[in-house]
Design a protein around this ligand. Structure first.
Ligand code: HAM
Length: 403
């Protein structure tokens, strides 16, 4: 039986890739002073229905549990984060800089780059209203992608201003309950025929399309762009008012990362959501963050040849030429493992050639041959790359392998 559509099996090679991605995510977040947190994969349904917006609520995996609670698998991390911070914010110095790598679930229409589960690197900064925080967060998003070897020719951060659109809609006396529809029409304008967007926007169409094509003034975006230039990251961003974000809770500067070729779906997305903590937890704290999924990122890195996980599972393979020395070989193996060296030996009798083949297939750099010499406290160490062999004192074996 195969896995469910949109759900992945992670065979060891896939896990190795995933670990490479997670390691780069973690180390970049830590370089920016972010600390890791986690939350539950199952939450009360209401946490999402309250503020995330129709699009994501329509994609929820939800059910009634045995205790008659309406629950949902997390479709994103932000509501959980808002709930956690609202509950204990007094215990943490501001600004709070937290990251997490949750697996999230969305019942989406299946398409390239969009599955029904994915891992999403989330970085959020809470308790700082200044636009320097927006700069910091976007710089982190850029540096995360740079950590994989991608540069400004490979990807671009499209910067926009949700507040600009809110001010625009207010000036046109559009009632608040209609905003989300307009945002959805703008968000999808690139992927939809112009007539469809015009139809969705109605009386606003001409003016909105003009802004989408020619841009508009935004002091907030000027400040953010200058801040990124000051950090030497100006070439990574481009102003683009079509970005409004699918989620309902954003309030200020918003952004999405795309590959330059335009071939893939969004690599990352985020922005400011200054009212969410108040709406979900009654705590008035400004906040902003982004999420970066593993699916599109991995596709892009594979295409660019930038994802090469090590296939080596061990450093040393203990070869047993004569079963009479199996007990001594096991002793050598244990010594290596206790010294922190990844090592293995054949678990049943095998021909020498077969054992050396196993050593190579497992990615070992050295084969340790345990034969009669062990009685004199010696083993043969063969370097597999050049086939050179040295006889080494058992007492110095670990040091030799470490060097
Ligand atoms: P989002 O734009 O819905 O934002 O998702 C962020 C990223 O997750 C996307 O750019 C994409 O890389 C990935 N992603 C989303 N859906 C899928 C899917 N079905 N399959 C594969 N990858 C996917 C959020 O979720 C916000 N909560 C991010 C955020 C954090 N905003 C503030 N803090």
């Amino acid at each position: 039986m195969p896995s469910l559509p949109g759900f992945r099996d992670f065979y060891p090679a896939d896990c190795a890739l995933r670990n490479t991605v997670f390691a780069a995510w973690r180390s970049t977040a830590q370089r920016y002073g972010f600390v890791e947190y986690d939350g539950p994969p199952l939450e009360e349904l209401e946490l999402y229905t309250k503020k995330s917006g129709e699009e994501i609520v329509g994609q929820l995996y939800h059910f009634v549990d045995k205790g008659e609670r309406a629950v949902a698998m997390r479709s994103e991390m932000t509501p959980t984060l808002a709930r956690m911070v609202a509950a204990q914010h007094r215990d943490y110095k501001k600004p709070i800089k937290w990251f997490s790598i949750p697996q999230v679930f969305r019942y989406e229409r299946m398409q390239r780059g969009r599955l029904r589960e994915h891992y999403q690197f989330n970085c959020d900064l809470i308790g700082e209203a200044s636009l320097e925080a927006d700069v910091e967060l976007i710089a982190l998003c850029i540096d995360t992608l740079r950590a994989f070897g991608l540069n400004e020719k490979d990807f671009v951060i499209r910067l926009s201003d949700r507040q600009f659109w809110v001010d625009f809609l207010k000036s046109k006396q559009v009632p608040e309950e209609k905003w989300y529809e307009v945002f959805q029409a703008i968000d999808k304008s690139e992927r939809q025929p112009r007539e469809k967007t015009t139809e969705l926007l109605g009386a606003l169409a001409e003016e909105v399309l003009n802004i989408l094509e020619h841009g508009a003034a935004s002091e907030r975006l000027d400040i953010v762009e200058n801040g990124l230039k000051a950090r030497g990251l100006g070439d990574y961003v481009k102003r683009d008012f079509t970005v409004v974000r699918g989620l309902a809770y954003y309030t200020g500067v918003v952004f999405e990362a795309f590959d330059r070729s335009g071939e893939f779906r969004a690599i990352a997305g985020g922005g400011r959501y200054d009212n969410l903590l108040n709406n979900l937890g009654g705590v008035d704290l400004p906040a902003l963050g982004f999420g970066m999924g593993d699916v599109v990122l991995t596709e892009l890195l594979k295409q660019k040849g930038l994802l090469k996980p090590s296939t080596a599972s061990i450093q040393a393979f203990v070869v047993i030429p004569d079963e009479a020395f199996r007990a001594e070989a096991a002793g050598v193996l244990q010594t290596l493992r206790e010294a922190g060296i990844a090592a293995d030996m054949p678990l049943s009798p095998a021909k020498m050639g077969k054992q050396f083949q196993s050593a190579e297939e497992r990615g070992a750099t050295h084969a340790i041959v345990v034969d009669a010499e062990i009685k004199n406290g010696k083993v043969a160490v063969k370097t597999l790359a050049d086939r050179k062999q040295d006889v080494v004192e058992l007492a110095s074996l670990v040091a030799v392998l470490r060097s």
